[in-house]
Design a protein around this ligand. Structure first.
Ligand SMILES: Nc1ncnc2c1ncn2[C@@H]1O[C@H](COP(=O)(O)OP(=O)(O)OP(=O)(O)O)[C@@H](O)[C@H]1O
Ligand SMILES: [Zn+2]
Ligand SMILES: [Zn+2]
Length: 846
């Protein structure tokens, strides 16, 4: 957009925060003047701008103010107060803040949190604000003025100035004494002054009205209102109701008519009987979470009770690691801890790794706390995100469940933060900057808000383990310290055993002549669950893992022309065009009939992606019903929920999927978990590979045997002697973590040292390489001897989407706390064609 304020854009960098004056003041008047940096946030523009503060206006940090912006007046947030304006601005041209709309909208500690994020992750404040605030937060709101009738003395208009009187009269003519500020401005010249005068007298107040939603098209929804039906129904009507119930009790009218092959007239008859209702909706309620039957707190096991007691004992900041084996009832502990918090009139924040995990978890929270639960995640539309965000500010006791960015939900009165599956790597943002870890931010937030933080996991990250325990030669024991606690739930609910884990050596299978992706053992186990009508989960690490296409004659591999990776084969349905796709840049091409290099017709697929396994099952077990659960089948909104709901209601026997289904699924019918190939997890070029493999395999194994029937796990691998496989076999977290921590310590890797990764990329290969060397040299000059500089080296996938990628790893022998280096000068060594990002505490070093 064009605007005359462009020249006042404050450069969004951490260094611009303190602007040094270049000249002495000559006028005493101006030395009293104050300036502020204001975050202006209207559609299409988000930036920090400098404004001056009128003397009669008291402005605090975090206030929402109205400011002139170009030709309009818009909302903004006061980010920083300045004693002098930035030197490069012409003071005469700096415009005034108009008014304070809302004071104390964001608590002070919220800004401290954002500043800490910016400092620690070596980014500017603006980037931290962008990750925290939903887009267009202020621009969407409309500022309105209303009369405070009860404070208005008789004849009020005779006490005030001309402008104020005009405004007062306008408001009094309006039947509820209420106008938008824009309207008042259009009617009264100099309205702002008058409004300020009236609000000082408390005769009017100004407030932000939630934006009107962009009206989505309304459709008719059919909702089931009675769960059990009487005999007044015909079999046909019963059938229709059953379809509705199977769909979660709510469907679009159109969809129901189609699926039940019925008519509107038939539905009207059922309405007359009082079983269903119609309503005009934008979205179905179940899309926000099915209304749950209410449930009540469970009688806790002794271990759960001990953990809960420790949590409830906390009166201020504390970090509590809740280490409970899979199925030990961690969620019940969170629920009861949160109940206490709500009773105290406070709110709770619950972070979960991925949205695939949330349907079951959010349902359980909704069942317990009803409407007090709010879901916040990246698949919400801008409008929904905005609404949720605004609701969080209101201050009513509530629970926000969300993925990593929800750590920034501006809940006042925060009483507890829970990170479920705290070991999960999706809590870390890899891009864009700031590359924050929600666990790290959660810890700061708990400190700033003086509230406890619960970190829950069956396989705690080594960072959290070391934080909350002391690892010595004679095993792990708790630290005697007042702010960290180690709470343990060593047993499953009902003393159910953890499922036995069988390791199958796939090399032997091949020797025996079994070329199928399923070992004999796994085949027998599948036959078994089929006979007993139980359910199985088959796990394939990574989507489309190594489903590359290569030529059997010459070995040619189909590769992405832009990236350094092979293309994956995608099967949609029988007879469909055969597509090859790049998982990095989404480049898609038709599968050629012959090899592009030697023209041989023998092109073959390798690897076992979810599609291939699904097809293989259909071939071997034509009667078994399979659901595929991966990022292809779950792209649609609510697909996770729908697929899992179908599996739970036994519409399928086998769920085949990737990483997404390792987490949090609690399905009683699942007695078999098969890991089709563990090898993709074991061999990776990353110091965290072992930890991640242990966590993933243990989590996925934990999905078996959670109901009354005992479960079992079969892991297929070409490396059965791998230490991770051995510890997973015995569910032996203690020995895994002890060995792994020794190795980390020996090499000063986290949690015993710290890392910073500098990523460089460019379309020009030689340029990025040259810059990388220069930056590495600069790092050596810049950093003290506690740091070592590794590289520069090409990234393990050197080219992605036409860009060449290099990286430099900075390693410190100490856990970094206060001595973060200042790397801002490194940018000088970057040429225009090269982009650089700095990742503090990187998780993916590829
Ligand atoms: N005290 C209790 N009494 C009876 N049942 C319980 C109790 N606590 C939890 N449960 C039930 O046990 C099952 C497993 O609990 P939950 O899913 O909370 O385990 P979890 O520790 O979160 O597991 P995971 O880490 O594998 O996701 C759930 O079905 C839950 O309703
Ligand atoms: Zn590509
Ligand atoms: Zn070939």
């Amino acid at each position: 957009m064009v605007n005359s304020d462009r020249s006042y854009l404050t450069a969004p960098s951490a260094t611009s925060l303190v602007a040094e004056p270049t000249e002495e003041y000559h006028h005493t008047a101006s030395s009293q003047q104050q300036w502020a940096e204001i975050l202006v946030d209207v559609p299409g523009v988000q930036g920090l701008y400098t404004y001056s503060l009128p003397k009669d206006l008291s402005v605090q940090l975090g206030d929402i103010v109205s400011v002139p912006f170009g030709m309009q007046v818009t909302g903004g947030i006061v980010i920083r107060l300045l004693e002098t304006p930035p030197a490069d601005l012409d003071r005469e041209r700096i415009r005034d803040v108009e008014d304070v709309i809302s004071s104390g909208f964001f608590p002070d500690d919220y800004w401290q949190l954002l500043q800490r994020v910016a400092e620690y992750y070596l980014t500017d404040l603006m980037s931290a604000i962008k990750v925290a605030l939903p887009p267009g937060l202020l621009g969407r709101s409309q500022r309105r003025i209303r009369l405070c009738q009860n404070k208005l003395p008789p004849g009020a208009e005779t006490f005030c100035s001309n402008v104020a009187r005009q405004i007062l009269q306008l408001l009094q003519q309006q039947k509820d004494g209420n106008y938008s500020i824009n309207y008042l401005r259009s009617q009264v010249k100099g309205a702002s002054r008058g409004i300020r005068e009236l609000s000082k007298r408390n005769w009017i107040e100004s407030y932000l009205e939630s934006p009107r939603r962009i009206q989505a098209k309304l459709q008719t929804a059919v909702t089931l209102v009675i769960e059990s039906w009487l005999e007044d129904l015909t079999p046909r009507q019963t059938e229709i109701l059953q379809i509705l119930r199977n769909n979660g009790g709510e469907m679009w009218k159109k969809a129901l008519i189609k699926e039940a092959r019925t008519t509107a007239a038939t539905l009207n008859k059922i309405i007359a009987l009082g079983y269903i209702t119609f309503s005009e909706r934008e979205i179905l309620r179940k899309e926000q979470g099915i209304a749950q039957k209410t449930d009540i707190p469970q009688q806790l096991t002794p271990d759960q009770a001990t953990a809960l007691k420790e949590i409830n004992n906390q009166t201020g900041y504390a970090q509590l690691l809740l280490h409970g084996v899979t199925g030990s009832g961690k969620t019940e502990v969170y629920l009861q801890a949160i109940a206490t918090i709500l009773e105290q009139g406070k709110s709770a924040l619950v972070l979960v790794p991925e949205i695939g995990l949330t349907p079951q978890l959010t349902d359980r929270f909704r069942a317990r706390f009803g409407e007090q639960v709010c879901v916040y995640h990246s698949k919400l539309s801008d409008g929904e995100r905005y609404d949720t965000w605004r609701q969080t500010i209101q201050g009513e006791p509530q629970i926000i469940i969300g993925t990593r960015s929800a750590i920034f939900a501006p809940l006042p009165n925060l009483g507890l933060i829970v990170l479920d599956e705290e070991h999960d790597s999706s809590f870390k943002q890899n891009r864009p900057i700031p590359t924050y870890h929600a666990r790290t931010v959660a810890n700061w937030r708990a400190e700033l808000n003086n509230c406890p933080l619960i970190l829950g996991s069956a396989t705690p990250s080594l960072e959290s383990l070391v934080n909350c325990r002391e690892v010595g030669t004679n095993g792990i024991r708790p630290i005697d310290n007042q702010t960290t606690y180690y709470l343990s739930l060593p047993e499953r609910i009902g003393s159910r055993p953890l499922p036995p884990v069988e390791i199958v050596d796939m090399r032997e299978e091949l020797n025996r002549g079994n070329k199928s992706v399923f070992s004999l053992s796994l085949q027998n186990a599948i036959t078994d669950i089929q006979a007993r009508q139980q359910q199985a989960i088959l796990f394939i690490p990574r989507r489309g893992h190594s489903t590359f296409v290569s030529c059997r004659s010459c070995g040619f591999v189909m590769e992405c022309p832009h990236c350094d990776v092979s293309l994956s084969y995608h099967y949609t349905h029988e007879g469909a065009a055969k597509l090859l796709r790049c998982h990095y840049c989404n480049y898609t091409s038709l599968q050629p009939d012959t090899c592009p290099q030697c023209c041989s017709p023998y092109l073959k697929f390798f690897g076992s992606g979810t599609q291939k396994v699904t097809q293989e099952i259909s071939k071997l077990y034509p009667d078994l019903r399979v659901i595929r659960f991966d990022s292809d089948t779950t792209r649609r909104k609510n697909a996770h929920r729908d697929l899992i709901a179908r599996f739970i209601s036994k519409e399928a026997d086998i769920l085949v999927g990737t990483q997404m289904l390792t987490k949090g699924l609690d399905i009683a019918g699942v007695t078999l978990v098969g890991v089709v190939s563990a090898d993709g997890l074991l061999h990776r070029s990353d110091y965290r590979a072992a930890e991640r493999a242990f966590q993933t395999l243990t989590q996925v194994a934990g999905r078996a045997g959670r109901g009354d029937e005992p479960g079992k796990v079969i892991i297929q691998t070409y490396s059965p002697e791998h230490p991770v496989i051995r510890t997973v076999k015995h569910h032996d977290y203690a020995s895994f973590s002890t060995t792994e921590l020794e190795q980390r310590q020996a090499l000063s890797y986290p949690p015993y040292g710290s890392l910073i990764l500098i990523r460089l990329s460019s379309i020009e290969e030689s340029e990025v390489q040259k810059n990388a060397s220069a930056i590495a040299d600069a790092c050596i000059d810049l950093l003290d001897e506690s740091w070592s500089v590794l590289g520069p080296a090409p990234a393990s996938i050197m080219k992605v989407a036409r860009r060449y990628r290099w990286q430099i790893l900075l390693k410190n022998t100490e856990t970094q706390t206060s001595n973060l280096p200042d790397l801002s000068s490194l940018k000088e060594h970057c040429s225009q064609a090269v982009s650089m990002t700095i990742d503090v505490d990187p998780i993916n070093i590829d």
